[in-house]
Design a protein around this ligand. Structure first.
Ligand SMILES: [Zn+2]
Ligand SMILES: [Zn+2]
Length: 155
């Protein structure tokens, strides 16, 4: 985890913490904590770059344990719906995903290695909401995901 006090409200998302939290969430809905799902989540936790659902399908097929496309897609859909995966914007047609935390957070995702910074609070968006209110626009919600290159990938 990030021990840098100067980082303020921005914290790095640890892969192991992510996996532990997903497992805990799945255990609380016991029917979801199946071996195929644990394998899929384990694979995602090890990713060092944003991944596509098709890459995940291929990786599971290569393991020869009968984890099929529909299981992979259902798991990805569940993870997305629960907020454990976010879509990484890319110019290419194929969507890629990166680990995120559920709840209202803003994420900054490194498009090269998938490293995720979690931003708590909406200070930047609040300033924008005020500017919009001056134009008579009432903001009812927002999403904001930031993409870029992490410190490590710039070395
Ligand atoms: Zn990176
Ligand atoms: Zn927000």
């Amino acid at each position: 985890m990030n021990n840098d006090a100067t980082a303020g409200a921005v914290v790095a998302l640890s892969d192991t913490a992510w996996q532990e939290q997903v497992f805990a969430a799945m255990r609380s809905e016991s029917q979801r904590f199946t071996i195929p799902r644990r394998q899929i989540i384990g694979w995602i936790a090890e990713r060092t770059a944003p991944f596509s659902a098709e890459a995940l399908v291929e990786a599971m097929a290569a393991r020869n344990e009968g984890i099929g496309r529909s299981t992979v897609y259902r798991t990805v859909d569940w993870l997305r719906a629960e907020g454990w995966l976010g879509r990484v914007g890319g110019e290419a047609g194929e969507h890629t995903y990166a680990r995120t935390l559920p709840g209202h957070h803003h994420h900054a995702v490194c498009t090269q290695c998938g490293h995720t910074l979690v931003v708590s609070g909406c200070a930047a968006v609040e300033a924008l909401s005020k500017a919009l209110a001056q134009q008579g626009f009432t903001v009812s919600g927002h999403t904001l995901e930031i993409f870029g290159t992490c410190q490590q990938c710039q070395l």
